[in-house]
Structures are given as structure tokens and as C-alpha cells.
Design a protein around this ligand. Structure first.
Ligand code: KG4
Ligand code: ZN
Length: 358
């Protein structure tokens, strides 16, 4: 089963072709991502209108290139899968309209994919992980811990009550004068910093449950920066290292707790923790998760770097998983700027730079 995937929910335009075998194995035939860094950099964050226009400018060529690299024509496709939410409305309209046009013209099924589901299922494409498993999604727009029970079957165990983790990295970078996107810049600066120099708070640390909070931490970084001003490059590096070590400790602690809960609920199921999303590229966070998994006797499956950030291979794969179950969508399927994976979970305030999309 060969599926074309399209991703335009935020500031990456992406097209990919993925193959799924009947036994559930998958292969990426092509995966192209064009980030809009230059377009948004002057504003220090994603500007929705600029994002939508930039998607229009490149999406058709990107699709043609993805098909050419995969060496297949539209007639070979089993379907066209498009991120239909959650995300920025303008970009979602561009992707969905384009994908529906391809599906209609080629006479192929259309699949509306939830972006978070695409992140959560990536580990099945890359590592053949079987249900059920735990997934930690950490990105600029979302921070959540899920129990993944099956395709379309998710239970949200915890989420952020204010900022998304990637957003906390981006805001920390901005206040320290580092470039956008902030996550990689903070990680680079932290490499030469002293993580023990600034003692930062661990929000919700001793409270039971699996929710996250990063807004207070961001304020603490700002206050520490103000006290240390004017900041030398070493001060910035030390602040970045302290911030990164603190969030890694928070994430590690939550992961450990989630794995303990999983073991209790499912004795006999070997626990697996999957981490995906842009922040999953962070070495300190990966190390903290790896330590948490080792301590809990669990397997950690971290998305390969190329599939951590937004991409269309994950969308094509989620589409293939849905197609394999006979799940398709009509061509009048709506886009859903807010689309929680777990319909039963209480909505949270905030939830990242994409508004309440988490
Ligand atoms: O998944 P993604 O590409 O897009 C969203 O759906 O948001 O994630 C982007 C986020 C940004 O906030 C970026 O700063 C963060 O992931 N990020 C990182 C790193 N690389 C990207 N955060 C920490 N460390 C990194 N190395
Ligand atoms: Zn994402």
C-alpha cells in the first residue's frame, strides 16, 4: 500500500511517499521537508498568514518532487493522507485543499490525519512498536503523555497546563537574545554552560499526576537573567544549561511516573515509551528519558532526528494505518484547527504557540 502524505499545519511544508506492507512493516520512499525559517525569523515566531502563503508557493512542486523521488505515479497510490488538524487554519486549508484535489483527480481515497496521531504512530513505522505503548509528544505546539491503545484510540494521561515545552525553549531563547527557533540554539549554548549555576524551580514536581507546567520556569529564567545582567556569553550558556537540565529533570520524572502507572495497569505488557516531536531532538531530554526508561525496565523508542520535527512521512504512515483498517474521509471533510486526540480529555488553557491546539 503506497500513500502520499502532506503536512502544512505549522511552518514546515512537507510531502512524502510511504509504503506499508500487509504485515505492518513500513518504508519511506521519499520525504521532503521545506522549513520556513527565513520567512518567520524576522518576527521571532511563526506568523500564520505568512506560513499559509509560503505553503501555497511550494506545495505543488514539493509533491511532484516527492512522487518523482519515490518513482511512482498517482495511479500507484492507495490514498492521499493530509494533516487536517490541529494547527494553523490557513496552512491546514492549503494542505487539505491540495490533497483533496490530488485525490479527486487521481480517483483515490482521501484520509484526514490528526497531526498528533501522526507523531504518535511514527514509532510503528520506524521500529514496528506494537500497541499498547506510552507516547510523549513534545513540540512547539504540544506537550502530552498518551497511552496509545490502537489507531484512533488514545488516552491522554497528562498535558501542559500553560506553555508547550518547545515554546518554553523558544521563549527562553528569545529572552536571552538567541535566534529562532530557540530549541536548537538553547541546546548549542547549553553545551558550554554549567547546568548547576542557576537553581531553577521544578514546577508541579511533587504534585501527583502527569501534567506539566513551564510558564513559571520561564519567569524564573527571566529573573535570573535580569539579576545577572549584563549577560556575558558564559552567563547565557549557563542559563541555557540550567534551563535545559531543569526541563530534562521534569520530563524524566514524568516519564518514570507514567511508566510506573503503565506497569500497574498492564502487568505482563513490556512497557515501551515513544518520544516524538521537535523537542525530542534534544540530547539532554533524550538522555533523561533513556535514564527513566532504564530505571523502569522499559524500552525507549526515540524518533530518528529527521522524523522528530514536522514531516509528511509520519502523515503518510498514519494515513496508511487508517487505510489498512478501511478508514477514509469524504472530500468535504473539515479541517480541525483544534482536534484533541482524546475526545474525553478535559480541555486545557494555553497549550503552546499554536493556541489551545494541544
Ligand atoms: O514538531 P515541531 O517541528 O513543530 C511543531 O509542531 O511545533 O517542533 C518545533 C519545536 C520548536 O519549539 C523548537 O524550538 C523545538 O521543537 N526544538 C527543540 C530542538 N529542536 C527543535 N527544542 C529543544 N532542543 C532541540 N534540539
Ligand atoms: Zn508536530
Amino acid at each position: 500500500m503506497i500513500v502520499l502524505g502532506i503536512e502544512t499545519s505549522c511552518d514546515e511544508t512537507a510531502a512524502a511517499v510511504v509504503r506499508r506492507e500487509a504485515d505492518g512493516h513500513g518504508a519511506i520512499l521519499s520525504s521532503l521537508v521545506r522549513a520556513q525559517l527565513a520567512e518567520h525569523a524576522p518576527y521571532g515566531g511563526v506568523v500564520p498568514e505568512i506560513a499559509a502563503r509560503a505553503h501555497i508557493a511550494v506545495l505543488d512542486r514539493l509533491i511532484a518532487q516527492a512522487m518523482a523521488e519515490a518513482g511512482v505515479g498517482f495511479d500507484a497510490l492507495a490514498g492521499v493522507a493530509v494533516t487536517s488538524g490541529p494547527g494553523l487554519v490557513g496552512g491546514l486549508v492549503v494542505g487539505a485543499t491540495t490533497g483533496k484535489a490530488v485525490a479527486l483527480a487521481a480517483g483515490k481515497p482521501f484520509v484526514a490525519v490528526n497531526h498528533l496521531e501522526a507523531h504518535a504512530l511514527t514509532a510503528r513505522l520506524t521500529d514496528g512498536v506494537t500497541f499498547p505503548y506510552l507516547a510523549l509528544l513534545v513540540s512547539g505546539g504540544h506537550t502530552q503523555l498518551l497511552e496509545v491503545r490502537g489507531v484512533g484510540d488514545y488516552v491522554r494521561l497528562g498535558t501542559t497546563i500553560d506553555d508547550a515545552l518547545g515554546e518554553a525553549f523558544d521563549k527562553t531563547a528569545k529572552l536571552l537574545g538567541l535566534p529562532y527557533p530557540g530549541g536548537p540554539a538553547v541546546e548549542r549554548a547549553a553545551a558550554s554552560g554549567n547546568p548547576a549555576r542557576f537553581a531553577l524551580p521544578l514546577p508541579l514536581h511533587d504534585r501527583p499526576g502527569l501534567d506539566f507546567s513551564f510558564a513559571g520556569l520561564k519567569t524564573a529564567v527571566r529573573l535570573a537573567a535580569e539579576r545577572a545582567a549584563p549577560l556575558s556569553p558564559q552567563d547565557v550558556a549557563d542559563l541555557c544549561a540550567s534551563f535545559q537540565a531543569t526541563v530534562a529533570a521534569i520530563v524524566g520524572r514524568r516519564a518514570e511516573r507514567a511508566l510506573t502507572g503503565f506497569r500497574e495497569r498492564r502487568p505482563g505488557t513490556p512497557p515501551v515509551l515513544v518520544v516524538a516531536g521537535g523537542v525530542a531532538a534534544n540530547g539532554a531530554i533524550r538522555a533523561a528519558l533513556s535514564a527513566a526508561a532504564a530505571k523502569s525496565g522499559a524500552r525507549l523508542v526515540a524518533a530518528p532526528l529527521a522524523l522528530c520535527g514536522d514531516n509528511a512521512a509520519m502523515v503518510a504512515w498514519a494515513g496508511a494505518e487508517r487505510l489498512a483498517l478501511g478508514l477514509t474521509d469524504a472530500l468535504d471533510a473539515p479541517i480541525r484547527p483544534r482536534w484533541p486526540l482524546d475526545a474525553n480529555a478535559a480541555p486545557m488553557h494555553g497549550g503552546g504557540r499554536l493556541g489551545a491546539r494541544a
